[in-house]
Design a protein around this ligand. Structure first.
Ligand code: GLU
Length: 283
């Protein structure tokens, strides 16, 4: 294996890298197996991302002994690519503006007898999908802030049934109702995780997407967007989410597990690699 494989590690610079990130990065680098291993900084959210964290992650990965191929792609520099994809989706009639506030959505969900839930909580109840054209145009004309959502039923009708292939999980059937009408462009950010990750994996020629199993449900959305936009379809390999011996997820909130803290306490890169292999190998 290897040769033409292209993998990537795509962290968001919202904190210091921790052991879980190191595992994910090493997993992607090893999976490239002689092909290309890319690095992408997912910094579309100016409220949560910090340039200092982006600088630090480059330093931490280099300290760990990881070398990536080609230039680092920073999503914040490519908003025009996401805009173009949104325009194409709008042209297909599978997006609509959503003017709802979080509070309005929560109130509507609370009032519903059986609000459907997805991996990230209650699904959007579709309020703005049902606006008349006149109402929609009025609100747009008045400049009301809005997000753009995927009309998941319209999208599924266009794409027909879809599947995606995972090295560990086999063939997975897309369930369009799993995420419902997800946000593709936020009110405060002119794109979203789902849209930018899908567009970038295509533009960067990624052939094997490796990431944590917590993102398995999101892949249904990404596969749908690929079909709508006519993008290349990679293979996926969702790896387990690393936990400590007690089964607790190694998260950014756990400061002791950041690569910086470990390094400051004298842990070497080789030690970190050994710790990761130990944790990953543990049942
Ligand atoms: N930026 C995402 C994260 O840090 C990962 C995206 C992906 O690998 O698809 O969780």
């Amino acid at each position: 294996m290897g040769g033409g494989l292209v993998t990537r590690f795509a962290p968001s610079p919202t904190g210091w890298l921790h052991l879980g990130h190191a595992y994910s990065a090493l997993f992607a680098a090893r999976a490239a197996a002689g092909g290309r291993f890319l690095l992408r900084i997912e910094d579309i959210d100016p409220n949560r991302c910090r340039p200092a964290f982006a600088d630090a992650l480059l330093e931490d990965l280099a300290w760990l002994g990881l070398a990536w191929d080609g230039p680092v792609r920073r999503q914040s520099a490519h908003l025009a690519d996401y805009r173009a994809a949104l325009d194409r989706l709008a042209g297909l009639g599978v997006t609509y503006p959503c003017f709802c506030s979080r509070a309005e959505i929560a109130a509507e969900v609370a009032a519903a007898a059986h609000a459907p839930h997805g991996p990230d909580g209650a699904l959007y109840p579709g309020t703005c999908r049902r606006l008349s054209r006149a109402e929609r145009d009025d609100r747009l004309a008045s400049g009301t802030a809005h997000a753009l959502r995927l009309d998941s039923a319209a999208a599924a009708a266009l794409t027909g049934p879809l599947t995606w292939a995972d090295r560990g999980h086999g063939t997975v059937a897309v369930d369009p109702a799993r995420f419902g009408d997800v946000v593709l462009a936020r009110k405060d950010v002119p794109t979203s995780y789902h849209l930018s990750v899908t567009v970038d994996d295509h533009l960067q020629g990624v052939t094997l997407v490796t990431r944590g199993a917590d993102l398995i449900p999101a892949t249904d959305v990404h596969r749908t967007l690929q079909a709508l936009l006519g993008l290349d379809v990679p293979t996926w390999h969702h790896h387990r989410v690393l936990t400590d011996a007690a089964g607790t997820r190694l998260s950014k909130r756990d400061r002791s597990r950041t690569l910086r803290a470990l390094r400051d306490h004298g842990t070497t890169a080789a030690d970190v690699r050994a710790m990761i292999d130990g944790l990953a190998g543990a049942a």
